[in-house]
Design a protein around this ligand. Structure first.
Ligand SMILES: Nc1ncnc2c1ncn2[C@@H]1O[C@H](COP(=O)(O)OP(=O)(O)OP(=O)(O)O)[C@@H](O)[C@H]1O
Ligand SMILES: [Mg+2]
Length: 396
């Protein structure tokens, strides 16, 4: 489309946005910013091209082998050496834009784990591998009960294998089943526990480990039949995805805060408040059963138009025929304050009445979360949806 031509009415209407988009592209290039391609957003993962991989492996086979073995740490006293040969693959439990997650057993102890494999041979050289393997920050995260336990990582033929605690399901699969198949909604008590767990996990990452998550979304919040709710995909996984994303073309990330989409603001660097925005979008989506913007964008242009130029989504007491408490609406709308500088950080959010209430309720509601998750998973299984069902219906 020729954006200089001004005889098409819709182009005239969007002229200022095109100007903005030009600024974005210039700024993006200056900052070397880029996001995953639309193909990866749609989770279209082409089969692994064997022919293309061979030259990389042949030219650096020895170097890649350096990290083909690693340590699995299940507790302070339970540490084992491992390679991929020590794992038995039980099947795929999930698939994302950058690889897949499989259920695997560590043969020496019969420990069942989730192993996330990220394809990164083309972007992660030996130096980067070493830096990633040295990230002891992730091991420290095992002190927080709201964060998925990390066991260890290896590189195998240029792919990174990340072994972690296996959970029962993720919030994206869960809410889609509840809202779309059961035509119900997740009770506010459960939403309260999801909120408490996620804010505490994010606060822990920032305060104790000095890291920012950067990818808060329903698929990175996991649920366990025990009633545990945990955050995943930061640290090694986050670092790798960042490295890979930098090499891809522009695309949109639905949970991204306005200040992250519009690179005019990017010089300030990433602030925890961008994760607070993503949490607001996530909560609104899982509470209402619908992504809060009208559609999933086909281009960065559309995302820029709606998120940066448009009003922030707002949850109301009576929303699409559903009732929500004043405190919950206020919490979500506080996360979704469009102006980053007015949006609170975790210290303030942790004092919010919605958090305080659900922290108090936690000892009583934890068993309720457990039985709710167990019952919903049972119902899913009765509909043929198991832990190994990776293709969930799209909501958009
Ligand atoms: N530790 C785990 N236990 C159980 N299931 C998991 C675990 N980690 C991930 N999964 C499942 O695997 C799926 C794929 O995870 P992955 O992180 O690769 O992609 P994603 O988060 O869905 O999306 P994206 O690639 O866009 O970040 C998740 O949606 C989740 O259902
Ligand atoms: Mg994930």
């Amino acid at each position: 489309m020729d954006k200089n031509s001004n005889n098409q009415p819709e182009q005239q209407a969007h002229h200022s946005v095109y100007q903005k988009l030009d600024q974005v592209e210039t700024r993006r290039q200056q900052l070397k910013l880029s996001f995953p391609t639309q193909a990866t957003e749609k989770k279209i993962i082409p089969p692994k091209p064997q022919q293309q991989q061979l030259p990389i492996l042949n030219s650096s086979r020895e170097r890649f082998r350096a990290h083909e073995s690693g340590k699995l740490q299940f507790s302070c006293s339970e540490i084992y050496d491992f390679t991929s040969d020590d794992l038995v693959d039980l099947g795929e439990i999930g698939r994302g834009a950058f690889g897949s997650v499989n259920k695997m057993i560590f043969k020496k102890t019969d420990k069942v784990m989730a192993v996330k494999r990220i394809r990164c041979s083309s972007v992660v050289d030996e130096k980067e591998q070493k830096r990633i393997m040295d990230l002891d920050v992730v091991m420290k995260s095992n002190d927080c009960s709201y964060i998925v336990q990390f066991y260890g990582a290896i590189f195998k033929e240029g792919d990174c294998w990340i072994a972690m605690e296996i959970m029962s399901t993720s919030l994206d699969k869960f809410y889609k089943y509840v809202c779309e198949r059961q035509q119900e909604r997740i009770p506010e008590n459960i939403l309260g526990q999801i909120t408490v767990a996620t804010v505490h996990a994010l606060n822990y990452l920032k305060e104790k480990l000095k890291i920012i998550h950067r990818d808060v979304k329903p698929s990175n919040i996991l649920l366990h039949e025990r009633g545990d709710i945990k955050l995943c995909d930061f640290g090694i996984s986050g670092q790798l995805i960042d490295s890979i994303a930098k090499t891809k073309d522009a695309g949109c990330r639905p949970y991204m805060a306005p200040e992250r989409i519009d690179p005019e603001f990017s010089h300030k660097g990433y602030d925890v408040r961008s994760d607070v925005w993503s949490l607001g979008i996530t909560l609104m989506e899982v509470a209402t059963g619908k992504f809060p913007y009208q559609s999933k964008w086909a281009s960065v242009f559309e995302q820029l138009y709606q998120v940066v130029q448009g009003e922030a989504p707002r949850l109301t007491r009576h929303y699409n025929g559903m009732d929500f408490s004043e405190d919950f609406c206020n919490f979500v709308n506080t996360c979704l304050i469009k102006e980053e500088t007015n949006r609170p950080k975790y210290k303030t959010l942790l004092q919010h009445p919605f958090i305080l209430l659900h922290e108090q309720l936690q000892p009583y509601v934890h068993p309720e979360v457990a039985s709710y998750v167990v019952n919903t998973l049972e119902s899913m299984a009765n509909c043929g949806i198991t832990q190994f069902t990776t293709d969930q219906p799209a909501i958009w």
